[in-house]
Design a protein around this ligand. Structure first.
Ligand SMILES: [Fe+2]
Ligand SMILES: [Fe+2]
Length: 503
C-alpha cells in the first residue's frame, strides 16, 4: 500500500504539471480508495471529492460518477445509509454512458436494499445490474448478478426463479473458471433444494461445494457448507450425523471469527436438539445465537439483521412453547394453560407499561413457569382429594426444581426470577421464599395473578371449573396476594377480554 500511495502521488503531480485532468481525477480517486483501506477516512473522502470536482470541471461525467460511487461506498461502510443511497443514485445518473459502472452501482444499490429488508427493490436493482453487464458481455458481472438474484429470490421463497438463477450463475462461473463463485452457487442452490425437500440434490450440491472450499482452503465457506449438510441430515432424520456436521460448522465459524456463520449454525443446532427433545441444549444454543445476532453488523455481513433476529425469536418462542406444553400433559391443567397464561400475561404487561424486553421475558417465563413440575410425582399432581402437608411440600418445590433444570442455560432476558417467584404473594403468604411486597419482581406477580385466574376457570383433578364472575369474586377475596397496581390492571384488561370457558 505504501508503494501504491507513492505511485499514485507521483501520477497526481505529473498530471497536475501537464494539466492531464483525466489522469488527475482517476489518480485522486484511486489514492482515496487506498487511504480508505488504510483507515484514513477523512483523507480518503477529501481525495475523492477533489476527483469529483476535477472530473466535473472537464465535464467527464463517467469519471465524476466513479468518484461518487467511491464516496457512496465510504458512506455505506460508515453506516450513513441514506447518504450512500443518494450518491449511488447520482452516480447512476451521471455514469449512464458506462455500462460497467452502471452494473456495479446497481449491484451496490441492490445490496443496500437487501440489508434493509427491501427485497423487491433489491431484486429490481440486481436485474438492472444484469442488464448492464449483459450489454457489454461482462461474464463475471453477469454470474454475480445471477447469483444475487438467486439469493433474493430464495429469500422471497420464489423457488422456481431461484433455481433458474443459480443454474445460470453456475453455468457462467464454470465457463469462466471462477471456482469460488461456483462453490458459492452450489451451496446457495443447495439451500433451495433443501427448502423444496430435494434432500439428495441438496446434499450432493453442498458436498461438491465443500470439496471446492476445501481445495481453496476457505474455512469460512466450509463452515457454511457443513451447516447445510448438517441441515440435510437433520431433515432426513439422521440425527447423529446432523449433530456432528452442525458442531463442525459452529467450531469452524468460531475459528474464523465469523459472527454470522456461528449464529446461524448455532440456531440450526438448537433446532436439532429441540427435535430430539434435548430442550436445555436447544435453549443454550438459541441463547448463544441470540447474543451473536445482536452483534451482527449489516454493513459488514450484508444481511438484514432485524429480520434475522425476528426469525430467531420466533424459533425461540416455538421451542419454549413446545417445552411448556409437554409439561401440561403430565399436569392436571387443561390443554392450553401455558399459551393462555402467556397471552394474558403479555397483555397485562403491556397495560402496566412494561417495555418490549420485559414483555419477551414474561412470554418466555409464562411458557416455562411450571417446568419444575416434571419432577413432581404424577399421583400428587393429579390427586383428586386434598393434599397432605407432605404432598404440598413436594408441590412447593417446583419453582426451585424449575431453576435447577435451567441451571446451565443463560437467558438473554430475566426469566429465572419469574420461575422462582411466580407463587410468591404480596402479603408474604407465598412460596418458596416467602417474599413480600416489592421484593417480588413485577414480572413474577403478573404470571402469578394470571396463573391463579386460569387455574380457577379450568377443571382440575380436585374440582370443576369456576365461571368467570365466580373466579373474579374469589380473586377479590384474596386481592392482598398481588401488588395493587397489578391487581387493578388485571381487572382492567385480562378479566375483561377473557370469556368464561365451559368446564
Ligand atoms: Fe407454578
Ligand atoms: Fe401454572
Amino acid at each position: 500500500m505504501a508503494e501504491a500511495i507513492q505511485a499514485y502521488g507521483a501520477a497526481i503531480s505529473a498530471a497536475e504539471r501537464q494539466s492531464e485532468r483525466g489522469v488527475l481525477a482517476e489518480s485522486l480517486r484511486r489514492l482515496g480508495v487506498v487511504h480508505h483501506l488504510r483507515d484514513q477516512p477523512g483523507l480518503a473522502r477529501e481525495l475523492c471529492q477533489r476527483s469529483y470536482q476535477t472530473a466535473t470541471s472537464m465535464s467527464d461525467s463517467v469519471l465524476a460518477a466513479e468518484a461518487l460511487n467511491a464516496l457512496a461506498g465510504f458512506d455505506f461502510e460508515a453506516g450513513l445509509i441514506p447518504e450512500a443511497r443518494e450518491k449511488f443514485y447520482q452516480a447512476l445518473e451521471l455514469g449512464v454512458a458506462s455500462a460497467e459502472l452502471r452494473g456495479r452501482t446497481e449491484q451496490n444499490l441492490g445490496i443496500l436494499a437487501n440489508i434493509q429488508g427491501a427485497l423487491t427493490e433489491a431484486l429490481a436493482h440486481y436485474r438492472q445490474s444484469l442488464v448492464a453487464f449483459q450489454s457489454i458481455g461482462d461474464d463475471r458481472g453477469c454470474a454475480i448478478a445471477y447469483h444475487n438474484l438467486g439469493m433474493v429470490s430464495s429469500d422471497r421463497e420464489l423457488w422456481d426463479d431461484a433455481d433458474r438463477y443459480f443454474r445460470q450463475s453456475l453455468d457462467i462461473a464454470q465457463a469462466i473458471g471462477d471456482v469460488h463463485l461456483q462453490g458459492l452457487g452450489l451451496l446457495n442452490h443447495a439451500e433451495v433444494h433443501l427448502a423444496r425437500q430435494r434432500y439428495d440434490d441438496a446434499r450432493l450440491n453442498a458436498e461438491a461445494a465443500l470439496g471446492i472450499f476445501d481445495r481453496l482452503d476457505s474455512r469460512l465457506d466450509k463452515a457454511d457448507a457443513y451447516k447445510v449438510i448438517g441441515r440435510v441430515y437433520r431433515e432426513t432424520g439422521r440425527h447423529a450425523l446432523a449433530e456432528a456436521r452442525l458442531r463442525d460448522a459452529v467450531a469452524m465459524a468460531v475459528s474464523t471469527g465469523s459472527v454470522l456463520s456461528e449464529a446461524e449454525a448455532s440456531r440450526e443446532l438448537a433446532l436439532l436438539y429441540q427435535g430430539t427433545g434435548r430442550n436445555q441444549e436447544a435453549l443454550r444454543f438459541l441463547n448463544s445465537a441470540h447474543r451473536l445476532f445482536g452483534r451482527l453488523d449489516a454493513r459488514v455481513d450484508l444481511v438484514d439483521v432485524s429480520t434475522k433476529v425476528l426469525k430467531l425469536e420466533e424459533t425461540y418462542f416455538a421451542v419454549v412453547r413446545d417445552w411448556g406444553q409437554s409439561i401440561e400433559s403430565s399436569d392436571s391443567y387443561t390443554y392450553g394453560h401455558c399459551e393462555r397464561v402467556a397471552s394474558y400475561s403479555v397483555a397485562l404487561a403491556r397495560e402496566l407499561g412494561l417495555d418490549e424486553g420485559q414483555q419477551t421475558a414474561i412470554r418466555i417465563g409464562a411458557y416455562l413457569h411450571d417446568l419444575g413440575k416434571v419432577r413432581v410425582p404424577h399421583e400428587i399432581l393429579n390427586k383428586p382429594t386434598a393434599l397432605t402437608p407432605e404432598e404440598f411440600g413436594v408441590i412447593q418445590m417446583h419453582p426451585i426444581w424449575g431453576l435447577e433444570l435451567l441451571a446451565t442455560v443463560e437467558f438473554p432476558w430475566d426469566i429465572k426470577p419469574i420461575i422462582r417467584w411466580h407463587h410468591e404473594k404480596y402479603d408474604g403468604s407465598g412460596y418458596p421464599d416467602r417474599l413480600r411486597g416489592d421484593e417480588i419482581p413485577v414480572s413474577a406477580q403478573i404470571i402469578c395473578i394470571v396463573d391463579v385466574y386460569d387455574a380457577l376457570t379450568t377443571t382440575r383433578s380436585y374440582r370443576g371449573a369456576m365461571s368467570h364472575p365466580e373466579a373474579l369474586g374469589k380473586m377479590q377475596e384474596v386481592r392482598g396476594w398481588w401488588r395493587p397496581d397489578v391487581y387493578q390492571a388485571f381487572m382492567r384488561t385480562v378479566a375483561q377480554v377473557s370469556s368464561p370457558r365451559a368446564a
